[in-house]
Design a protein around this ligand. Structure first.
Ligand code: PBG
Length: 328
């Protein structure tokens, strides 16, 4: 039966009223832009698997800060591509490592930039796994020592926040303890809490040169059939002292973003990963979808599900869309 007193279309009649009743409000303040810094000089190279994303060597970072300033993006998440890799990923905690150099350069170029660093070993190990190997397995507890050394070296270089993405058990507690012992009790930890063993990371692994040389990451990253386990991972990270928790990837995991938002009182981040970005780019290049529209709709979906923070390769374009009032 159609009750003619109820007409949903009344509040959709024009842009002004639609904007008034909008439920999800978004802001460029919620965006974090992932950046790849490569060791070397004069490197400013488009990443083949991620159109319009670049590798920057430290001497070319001015190009990045110009881009950030043009679009009003003030938060980055740094990844490093070292010149050398070894069994134990030792360049990851070197005070002159690539991320450490990058942090110092970015500080000079753009003092107000908020610098978050990805803390992991897969870009630095010769075997591409996210920790120290014992045979063909990643040794959890030995890896914790390395991860906390990496986090400390990032803090010493001037990082504002560290973000462990390795999925070892106990890494948030280990990093918290190490930072606190060394006078960095005010550096927050954004934990990649519910991080899944996802095929959506494919383009990133090409971009970061971090594909595992054998096997896969299913012995430490989560099985994507599991939702309750994701909540346990979040709860453990909260207990261990995380300041922000994260669900990753984003679009295929909106249920978990929503669930985490209702269960936990911490700020919640979602990472729209490389595969999500590359799919939109490829479909748009094939003339199948409107890139801008899909970008906006997908980002709003993540916020609507409950994320407070969105890490995305589209941060610059989204910030523009928000300022122009196309979303939010
Ligand atoms: C490092 C790391 C990965 C991503 C973020 N940190 C790769 C992986 O776990 O294999 C993926 C990011 C993306 O796909 O955009 N462990």
């Amino acid at each position: 039966m159609f009750d003619k007193t109820i007409r949903m279309r009344r509040l959709r009649s024009g842009d002004t009223v639609r904007r008034m009743v909008r439920e999800t409000r978004v802001s460029p303040d919620s965006l974090v832009y992932p950046v790849f810094i490569a060791e070397g000089e004069h490197i400013f190279r488009e990443i083949p698997s991620l159109p319009n994303q670049f590798h920057y060597s430290p001497d070319e970072l001015e190009r990045l800060t110009e881009r950030l300033q043009n679009h009003g993006v003030s938060r980055v998440l740094l990844f490093g591509l070292p010149a050398q890799k070894d069994e134990c990923g030792s360049s990851a905690w070197d005070e002159n490592g690539i991320v450490q150099q990058g942090i110092r350069r970015l500080r000079e170029l753009m003092p107000e930039l908020y610098i978050i660093t990805d803390v992991c070993m897969c870009e630095y190990t010769s075997h591409g796994h996210c920790g120290i190997l014992c045979g063909h397995e990643v040794d959890n507890d030995r890896t914790l020592e390395c991860l906390s050394d990496i986090a400390l070296s990032h803090a010493r270089a001037g990082a504002d926040m560290v973000a462990p993405s390795d999925m070892m058990d106990g890494r948030v507690a280990a990093i918290r303890e190490k930072l606190d012992q060394n006078g960095f009790c005010n550096i927050p930890i954004m934990a990649y809490s519910a991080k899944f063993a996802s095929s959506f990371y494919g383009p990133f692994r090409e971009a970061a040169g971090s594909a595992p040389a054998f096997g896969d990451r299913r012995a430490y990253q989560m099985d994507w059939h599991n939702a309750r386990e994701a909540m346990r991972e979040c709860a453990l990270d909260v207990q261990e002292g995380a300041d922000i928790i994260m669900v990753k990837p984003a679009l295929a995991y909106l249920d978990l973003i929503h669930e985490a938002q209702t269960r936990f009182d911490l700020p919640l981040a979602a990472y729209a990963v490389s595969g999500e970005y590359a799919m939109v780019k490829a479909a748009a290049a094939a003339g199948l979808i409107d890139e801008h529209g899909v970008m906006c709709e997908s980002a709003v979906a993540v916020f609507r599900a409950g994320a407070d923070i969105l890490i995305t390769y589209y941060a610059c374009e989204l910030a523009d869309a928000m300022r122009r009032g196309e979303i939010g």
